[in-house]
Ligand binder design. Structure first.
Ligand code: ATP
Length: 582
């Protein structure tokens, strides 16, 4: 075929007499990524080429830098750059073709992975980032969409479009000091105007870990709220959403999400080690019979829809963090820390401290006397308490019921809750349950008002495939359950984002959903059913008390998916986890 694709480039076009473009994989902020063929050795490659629409000099520069920067890092967990060149005035880069899915797609399609698989995934991301940091490269846009699986399942860090070389002057690629990044994963120091260093990547990795565990990043909401929350709000502990998260893992994730870069783990390698230890403990508990051993890997479903880049990298205007806003944020942080100076001052001091502690760590590690995980996490915990609790005391925006018709629709909820109070085990065939899954997530978001924010559920809904479900199996049932619970949780979050539910209630609901997921994971179908029944009662009660609006994504989800009436495959059949995924 030779149709016009991507507005200017033709499939079958050959770049530099060597790289044939075959199929458009996707578009990013600056370029198009193509599946291509390197005619010389005769193997498949990925070709990223600058979009013709991009005329902005800084964006062109950003693209050219990606090639140079990414080529500096050679590591199994970082996408390999083979070549760079120019075609009709457009720079391009040739890299290894990754035929797996990115983590954003996996999360949307399969829901959060099991703990063991999560540790393995995050560990690979950590070690890939560590390699970049050792090469002096800071990624600056770490997010699930930029963590991509190769065909053999290995995880690779991709998209160095916003990366910078640490030794370069901390100039930004935009005039006026704008911040580049993806709001849900931006570190506080980047928001406050710093260029970002390895610790900023680790913060973003913390956001990714959180999302892998809880099915949502630590902060959700419109971009402006996200920016404020990164700077001043403490994330809820992951176990609030997912009780089966090991304490050590929760500590690690919260340490990565420290506002103060110095309080974060000193390197990706340290993160990898802690994750490896948690994974080892999870596996050993499974061997001891405390939980079923991880099942054999099964091939995941093919990515049917490339994710629309709802959570895309954006350039945040300098005005978004103007002097006034910065003062307000710094004051909020200060409010909780009696002795601390401004955020900027603390950060500068912290960085000096971090540099020192990193050196000590590295020296000890080299001497084979690396502090144990326990020592490190204890230290991190102390630091977290020092800086984090202060931010917690600054508080978050209280939940309010905005713009929803609180007085109406009691009947709808009564029906839903009546449905929840079923007594016999649901007996819907797995196929029909699975078919309902694909409609559940979109239903959760269809009704929401349009928003410019990178809403997790909006993103998720765009990524969930509407294609027919695979043949029913135990794993399909498990994935069905996970997907439906995760869609349920996203609907709660979206309802919260739109102001249609009391914030505390939303948190409680997510906690219960996670608990139900835990029960199902353990094969405790009866308990899960009780929890579900209680959840139905909570919802009815909340409606009565006006803590839940009568409309909104959550109500649409409950109505359209019929979840409480018919939650899916029999609860008594213990589903298997995704721990086999990697
Ligand atoms: N080496 C690769 N092999 C296969 N697919 C890739 C590869 N690199 C990127 N992709 C995919 O191509 C699409 C576009 O990626 P790209 O890096 O250009 O932009 P982005 O990350 O979506 O956006 P932005 O650069 O604005 O953050 C994404 O779906 C991405 O997963």
């Amino acid at each position: 075929m030779a149709g016009i694709v991507g507005g200017w480039e033709r499939a079958q076009a050959v770049l530099a007499g060597r790289y044939r473009l075959e199929e458009l994989i996707g578009r990013g902020g600056t370029g198009e990524v193509w599946r291509g063929h390197d005619l010389r050795p005769g193997w498949p490659v990925a070709v990223k080429i600058l979009s013709p629409q991009v005329t902005d000099v800084s964006m062109r520069e950003r693209f050219a830098r990606e090639a140079r920067t990414a080529a500096r890092v050679v590591h199994p967990n970082v996408v390999t750059v083979f070549d760079v060149g120019e075609h009709k005035g457009r720079p391009f880069l040739v890299m290894e073709l990754l035929t797996g899915r990115d983590l954003a797609t996996e999360l949307a399609e399969d829901g959060p992975p099991g703990i063991f698989a999560m540790c393995r995934l995050a560990g690979q991301a950590a070690v890939g980032l560590d390699a970049a940091h050792r090469a002096g490269v800071v990624h600056r846009d770490v997010k699930p969409a930029n963590l991509h699986r190769s065909g053999d399942g290995a995880l690779k860090v991709v998209d160095f479009g916003t990366a910078r070389v640490a030794t370069e002057a901390a100039t930004r690629l935009t005039s006026g000091g704008d911040v580049i990044g993806t709001a849900a994963y931006l570190s506080p120091e980047q928001i406050l105007g710093e260029a970002g260093d390895a610790a900023s990547d680790l913060y973003a990795l913390g956001c990714v870990c959180y999302e892998l565990l809880c099915g949502r990043p630590p902060f959700v909401g419109p971009a402006a709220d996200l920016i404020s929350q990164h700077v001043r709000s403490l994330p809820d502990p992951p176990r609030r959403y997912r009780p089966d998260v090991p304490a050590e893992l929760e500590r690690l994730v919260l340490a990565l999400l420290e506002k103060d870069p110095a309080a974060r783990p000193p390197s990706g390698e340290v993160v990898r080690r802690v994750l490896a230890e948690v994974a080892r403990q999870v596996a050993s508990r499974a061997r001891d019979g405390a939980a079923p051993p991880p099942p054999e890997p099964e091939p995941g479903p093919p990515a049917r829809i490339r994710p629309a880049e709802a959570r895309s990298t954006e350039v945040w205007p300098a005005e978004a963090r103007n002097a006034e806003a910065r003062m307000a944020e710094a004051q909020a942080v200060r409010a909780g820390t009696a002795e601390a100076g401004s955020m900027e001052t603390r950060t500068a001091e912290a960085q000096a401290g971090r540099a020192r502690s990193t050196e000590v760590w590295t020296a000890e590690a080299q001497a084979g006397r690396a502090p144990s995980t326990e020592v490190w996490t204890a230290e991190a915990w102390t630091a977290r308490s020092r800086t984090g609790e202060a931010a917690r005391s600054a508080g978050t925006v209280p939940g309010r019921l905005r713009g929803w018709h609180v007085g109406a629709g009691l009947g709808v909820l009564a029906v839903l809750v009546a449905g929840a109070l079923w007594t016999s085990a649901p007996s819907a065939p797995a196929g029909s349950a699975a078919a309902a899954i694909t409609s559940a997530a979109p239903a959760a978001t269809r009704s929401g008002p349009p928003s410019a924010s990178p809403s997790p559920s909006r993103t998720a809904s765009q990524r969930v495939s509407a294609a027919p479900s695979p043949a029913p199996s135990r794993t399909a049932a498990s994935q069905g359950w996970r997907a439906r619970l995760s869609a349920f949780s996203r609907a709660v979050t979206e309802q919260e984002r739109q102001g249609g539910i009391d914030r505390k209630l939303a948190r409680k609901l997510r906690g219960k959903i996670a608990k139900i997921a835990g029960k199902i994971q353990e094969g405790e179908g009866g308990d899960a059913r009780d929890e579900l029944r209680e959840l139905g009662r909570d919802l009815a009660e909340a409606r009565r008390k006006g803590r839940l609006a009568s409309e909104g994504p959550l109500l649409v989800f409950l109505r359209d998916s019929g979840f409480l009436r018919d939650p899916g495959p029999a609860l008594t059949s213990p589903p298997r986890g995704r721990d086999s995924d990697d």
